[in-house]
Design a protein around this ligand. Structure first.
Ligand SMILES: O=P(O)(O)OC[C@H]1O[C@](O)(CO)[C@@H](O)[C@@H]1O
Length: 438
């Protein structure tokens, strides 16, 4: 197991007023013990395919095969899709410098573009500048009916046709969606299949925001040459204790769920994740969707906030330390000590920072992560620490499964269904009505 978790700086017994009292933790643990039992039964009864994914390898060959087809002679790969059809894959792609500040322009071929936000100017401009003949498009939508993804796909098909590439559409465009329900519609398939576009099947029983370990996350990961087997193995590390019947208060996901439920009982209705690594930025956005859509229902849930360190120390920390005490913090660090450029002694002295001498930039970031967690705790702000020494496919797979389990257990503990998102439909229907009205 790569993931280390410590909750001591969240407890009143350790940090005093503002920390979570033992009574709340005990009450939360009782709820989580039941939730763990329920999730274990889900696993045994194969009710949630997500839980068995770490044991599955049969689908990996088809993913690698399609990835090889997409990658062949490609300079650019554009992934169309939003929410759960994009954020998990983006999280994995950060292992290959996707959206890593300063580095993403140096990505090796193929360059990957995730077009998850519908913006007419961005998308229009992208279609102008892409080298079309060497660009591959992958349209991903579980339902096949998401307006944003459909509009983007329609624009791509029309452009390819206009550019004399209609005959090549089946080599340039790929799809990933649920199989058609019997006799039913799937708009994305209706749109693309007549052009001969090949599809991978989205597992209908794995919700979009839980799909990062399926082909939805692993196809883009394989296109980028990541070790997708290792991602699944890492996920197995996070779920092993659940599967083996370990007590609920003994493994990180269950302990994390207890912590979150105790925080809710204490009126802390905001959950902040502050991760000290550029390569975690997309993960924090993925987690925001996971947490928000899974728990925000029936008047319950907590508001997820994503922050990156050290940069957000310079924008948010004042509020976290001295604003309302209504938050539970999670500070995630990686093993960066001794990494990165080393500070020259003479130059450090010249900058009036003699203590920088011979220190690495990673030493500073490690010290900052530690100092932030300690300062939050000293100010009575309950803080969980998580640490991954080495960020790679396996440890990221573990972290992703950890958060999915923690979210489901928290949902079960809260008494909400962590797998649906009924409220978002209303806005979608209204937007389509407004569009039709002009
Ligand atoms: O994969 P789909 O069906 O296109 O949905 C995209 C996203 O839209 C939502 O349904 C919310 O509108 C998310 O739950 C989902 O991840």
């Amino acid at each position: 197991m790569a993931l280390q978790q410590s909750i001591d700086l969240a407890l009143s017994s350790k940090i005093g007023d503002g920390g979570l009292p033992g009574t709340a933790i005990s009450a939360a643990e009782t709820l989580v013990a039941k939730a763990v039992e329920r999730l274990r039964n889900d696993y045994k009864a194969h009710r949630l395919p997500l839980l068995s994914l770490p044991e599955v390898t049969e689908d990996l060959a088809a993913i690698e095969e399609m990835a090889a087809k997409i990658r062949k002679d490609a300079t650019d790969v554009v992934i169309l899709g939003t929410g759960g059809s994009s954020l998990g894959a983006q999280t994995l792609a950060q292992l290959r410098d996707y959206k890593v500040p300063g580095l993403e322009h140096f990505q090796e071929n193929p360059r990957i573009h995730f077009m998850d936000n519908l913006d007419p100017q961005t998308f229009g401009r992208l279609l102008q500048v892409l080298p079309l003949a060497t660009t591959r498009f992958v349209a991903v939508s579980k339902s096949g009916g998401t307006g944003e993804t459909l509009m983007q796909s329609i624009a791509v098909l029309a452009l390819l046709e206009k550019s004399g590439l209609k005959a090549k559409i089946s080599e340039l465009v790929f799809g990933l969606s649920e199989p058609r329900k019997q006799g039913g519609k799937n708009a994305l398939r209706d749109l693309l299949e007549p052009e001969g576009v090949g599809f991978l099947e989205h597992d209908p029983n794995v919700g979009g925001r839980y799909s990062v370990l399926t082909n939805v996350g692993l196809l883009p990961a394989a296109i980028l040459g990541l070790d997708i087997k290792a991602i699944r193995k890492g996920a197995g590390d996070a779920i092993a204790a659940l599967v083996s019947g370990a007590p609920a208060n003994s493994f990180p996901a269950a302990i994390g769920a207890s912590l979150n439920l105790a925080a809710i009982m204490e009126g802390k209705n905001i959950a902040v994740i502050k991760a000290y690594a550029d390569k975690f930025e997309r993960m924090t956005r993925w987690w925001v969707q996971l947490w928000a859509e899974s728990l925000g229902k029936d008047g319950k849930g907590t508001t997820p906030v994503a922050a990156i360190g050290p940069v957000d120390q310079h924008s948010q920390l004042q509020l976290y330390l001295a604003g309302p005490s209504d938050k539970l913090f999670t500070v995630i660090t990686t093993g960066v000590s001794g990494k990165g450029p080393v500070m020259d002694t003479a130059l450090s002295n010249r900058a009036s920072e003699p203590e920088f001498a011979n220190k690495h930039i990673g030493d500073m970031v490690a010290a900052q992560g530690r100092a932030t967690a300690d300062t939050l705790a000293r100010n009575g702000r309950p803080t969980r620490r998580m640490h991954i020494e080495s960020l790679d496919e396996r440890s990221l797979g573990e972290l992703l499964m950890h958060f999915m389990l923690e979210t489901i257990l928290t949902g079960y503990g809260l008494g909400v269904d962590p797998f649906d998102q009924p409220a978002v439909e209303e806005g979608k229907i209204l937007a389509k009505k407004y569009l039709a009205e002009g």
